[in-house]
Design a protein around this ligand. Sequence first.
Ligand code: FAD
Length: 321
Amino acid sequence: MAKKVLVIGEVRDGELRNVSFEAVAAGKMVANGGEVVGVLLGENVSGLAESLIQYGADRVVTVNHADLKTYTTDAYQQALLQVFDVESPEGVVLGHTAMGKDVSPRLAMKLNAGLVSDAVAVEMDGGEPVFTRPIYSGKAFEKKKINEGVVFATIRPNNIAAFEQDTKRTGDVSTITVDIKDLRTTIRDVVKKATGGVDLSEANVIVAGGRGVKSADGFKPLQDLADLLGGAVGASRGACDAEYCDYGLQIGQTGKVVTPDLYFAIGISGAIQHLAGMSNSKVIVAINKDPEAPIFEVADYGIVGDLFEIVPLLTEELRNV
Ligand code: FAD
């Protein structure tokens, strides 16, 4: 059945995150020939509407309000429920990001909708969307279909390909005025940690280090490799616990879940909790001096040896390519 699907874009530092465009592609599948309406919330986001249309949205609704400048559960929930009242969607899609994970269950509950979270693929079965999502920390996948009511889904970043940008595509942009009141929380200030340029959860290349890196200084060759490849540095919890790096870099069951095209696991043993965050990466390269390290079981390419010799050599070779 053709559906009207709302795709909630995610704005960070005045720019749309890539997952917003991936959500449009997923929304197009769910809509099954129906309308895909982008929704943008923020203090002044109307200027971003065009790019959502160029990536496939049929039209965009913007909501500009000072209380939406930075995400808070309360303000976004209130605003989005008012958008839903106006638009009456039959489907809702957004990224499985910190925002998506927080707001989607609340909205789905208010809409009395079934929610599929963390979908990595969508296919159609008899005109209805079927979502694939990882379970048991990525050891298996399940397929889920919502049989009645609004179809609500969050999608994991970097899994569903966005459409090519078409700068000639046009569509309507309208604004909905919302009333936001009785906020229980407001953001007074955001203090950011300097973690380098590339966002870990959306990086195409990740160079991750573990306890084998041995010190904060030991991460420098990994940073050089990441910089060369336009990637981001990540870490195991072992490295974070040892205070070699910030917990913001932790990948795994209790850290970030990532799906880059290329993942380097360097001086990381491959504990099940680490694999939970990276085993769906498209190509995994492991560097470890222990040939029995479990990381080699999930690696596409393995190098047995001392990371302090191998990483600089690899960086040098790649620099000359
Ligand atoms: P280690 O297991 O100590 O491995 C270090 C590796 O470095 C070894 O394989 C060693 O051979 C290699 N090495 C050493 N020196 C060199 C060298 N010079 N050259 C090459 N290789 C070298 N872990 C996570 O990563 N993410 C999580 O989200 C996470 N969540 C957890 C949640 C729970 C509830 C629990 C109980 C644990 C969790 N853990 C998590 C911890 C996890 O179990 C492991 O302890 C951790 O992943 C180990 O980190 P590591 O591989 O860096 O360290």
